[in-house]
Each structure stands twice: as structure tokens, then as C-alpha cells.
Design a protein around this ligand. Structure first.
Ligand code: G1P
Length: 294
């Protein structure tokens, strides 16, 4: 029987250079989509999927993330005195139970593979999930839950994937696949950010992974890859053939919030999905779509 996936790693140490100056003094994971920070969506997805322990790999300038998942004593007091119950609820929802959250620090931004490796002692010898908060997924069944269902059947590594336009392969980890039933594809290789001309497919990995602890052995080599960084993709590739490895075309929509237009689109989609905002936002969109700028 597959060992249960209890822990999820959230690498949140990245510099967020694509969103400067907004991220000069604030973590990119705290950028809001409508009124919730990106990282809250990802943590809620993990908890909804049954994850028991949240492990953040942070870095310098990321203290706001720790404060966000903790109590805010002053705010609670002020909101309580003013009888603002809805707001009180909103600030209490993200608070993570003591003992179910851990923070470790990536001192140098050496790449995603290095960030995951920093969590090795906290994860230990068990399968675990990795979620990248700047990939935001809108789905009826949480994307990670869909992946866990695959893991339960295969006991192997699982990555969530989407088809991207050929010219975008150089932005992502790209799979080489064998059998493919349109939903689940068997992975035979993968490469980080290949040139469109060299890409083995257009099936791109999004920031959702279920990995066997074996990956830490490969990450320990600290070999650099694309962009001079220690890439998670390179160590995952070395596990192919040792254990089952699948790419799942999940049901849902992924917004690449590491990209400005993807982030904007996420704000539109999530605002439209909110009953209390829908009509107002739709009216604004229609107005601009009709060529009026006011
Ligand atoms: C990272 C991974 C890449 C993956 C992408 C998903 O890239 O290295 O394989 O496709 O996340 O968002 P980054 O966005 O950090 O450049």
C-alpha cells in the first residue's frame, strides 16, 4: 500500500524579480488575487487535499508570510471591539495550528531544487507534496487531491501538467512521455526550460508535485542545470525508471501568477467567480472591452 502523503513543502524564498517594484519590500507570495494572498490559496488547497503538515522554505524578507499564518493580536482586539465579525473570521481562517507548520530558511537563492532540499530533515523518509504558490489553480476538486488519487494507485511520483503553446516551453519543465490516455501520461524524461525547437513535447509541469523521498539523494549532489540553478526537474528526471512517474492533466484551470498577464487573468477569473463581485466586475470588463477607458 502507498505510504500516506502527510507533508507539503512550500518554497517561498524566491526573489520575485518579475514583480518589482511591488516585491521590493514584500514577498511575491503575498500578492493578492482579489483579497487573498497567493500563498493562502495554495495552503488551503493542500489542507483541503488532506495534508497534515505545512513546511515553508522561506528566505530573507519573508517574515510577512510567518505573520500571516499566525494570530494578529492587535487586529483581533480592534476588530472585536468594533464588532467586525466577518473581518475577524477572515483573519482567523489562515492561522495554522501549532505543530502543523514549520519554517526553514533557504539562505541563498540557488534554485527550486535547492529550496526543496532545504526541507529534507523536516520531510524525512516519506513521500511529500510540493506546491508553488505562484501557480494558482481553480478547480472543483483541489488539484493536489486529484494528484493524491493517482499517487494512491501508482505509489510513484506525480506532477500536474498542462499543454502550453510551443513557444512557451522555455518557461517551464517539459515532459517526454510514453503512453498517454489523455489524462494520465507515463513520464520517460523531462527537461527544464527547453528551447521550443528541442522540447520533447508541449506538456509542461505546473507547480504541483508528489515526490518520493529518494529525490533528496539526487538533490544532495547540488548539480546546477538550466540558468545555472539547482533544478528540481533534473533530480526528478533521475528517478524515472526507479519508480512509476506520471504527469496528470488535472481538471481545472491553472493561472501562471509568476507572469503579469497570468496574474491579471487570475484576478479577473477569481473576482468573476465571487457572487458579490460578479456583476460589478463584469460591467467594468464590458466597459473596457467596448473601447471606453472610463
Ligand atoms: C519552476 C520549475 C518548472 C515548472 C514551473 C511551474 O520554474 O522549475 O519546471 O514548470 O516552476 O511554474 P520557475 O517558475 O521557478 O522558473
Amino acid at each position: 500500500m502507498a505510504k500516506q502523503v502527510r507533508k507539503a513543502v512550500f518554497p517561498v524564498g524566491g526573489l520575485g524579480t518579475r514583480f518589482l517594484p511591488a516585491t521590493k519590500a514584500m514577498p511575491k507570495e503575498m500578492l493578492p488575487v482579489v483579497d487573498k494572498p497567493l500563498v493562502q490559496y495554495a495552503v488551503e488547497e493542500a489542507l483541503d487535499a488532506g495534508i497534515e503538515e505545512i513546511i515553508f522554505v522561506t528566505g530573507r524578507g519573508k517574515a510577512a508570510i510567518e505573520d500571516f499564518f499566525d494570530h494578529s493580536v492587535e487586529l483581533r482586539q480592534v476588530l472585536g471591539e468594533r464588532g467586525k465579525d466577518a473581518e475577524l473570521h477572515a483573519i482567523d481562517v489562515p492561522v495554522l495550528e501549532p505543530g502543523r507548520v514549520a519554517y526553514t530558511r533557504q539562505q541563498d537563492a540557488l534554485g527550486l531544487g535547492h529550496a526543496v532540499w532545504c526541507a529534507r530533515e523536516l520531510v524525512g523518509d516519506e513521500p511529500f507534496a510540493v506546491l508553488l504558490a505562484d501557480d494558482l489553480v481553480m478547480a472543483e476538486t483541489p488539484c493536489l487531491k486529484q494528484m493524491l488519487d493517482v499517487y494512491t494507485k501508482t505509489s510513484g511520483n506525480v506532477v500536474a501538467v498542462v499543454d502550453v503553446p510551443k513557444e512557451h516551453t522555455e518557461r517551464y519543465g517539459i515532459l517526454e512521455i510514453a503512453s498517454d490516455d489523455g489524462r494520465l501520461a507515463e513520464v520517460t524524461g523531462m527537461v527544464e526550460k527547453p528551447d521550443p525547437d528541442d522540447a520533447p513535447s508541449t506538456l509542461s509541469i505546473i507547480g504541483r508535485y508528489i515526490l518520493l523521498p529518494r529525490v533528496f539523494d539526487y538533490l544532495s549532489d547540488r548539480k546546477t542545470g538550466a540558468g545555472g540553478e539547482i533544478q528540481l526537474t533534473d533530480s526528478m528526471a533521475r528517478m524515472i525508471g526507479e519508480a512509476p512517474f506520471h504527469g496528470l492533466r488535472f481538471e481545472g484551470i491553472r493561472f501562471d501568477c509568476g507572469d503579469k498577464s497570468g496574474f491579471f487573468e487570475a484576478n479577473v477569473a477569481f473576482a468573476l467567480a465571487r457572487a458579490e463581485l460578479h456583476d460589478q466586475v463584469q460591467e467594468v470588463i464590458n466597459r473596457y472591452a467596448n473601447g471606453s477607458d472610463r
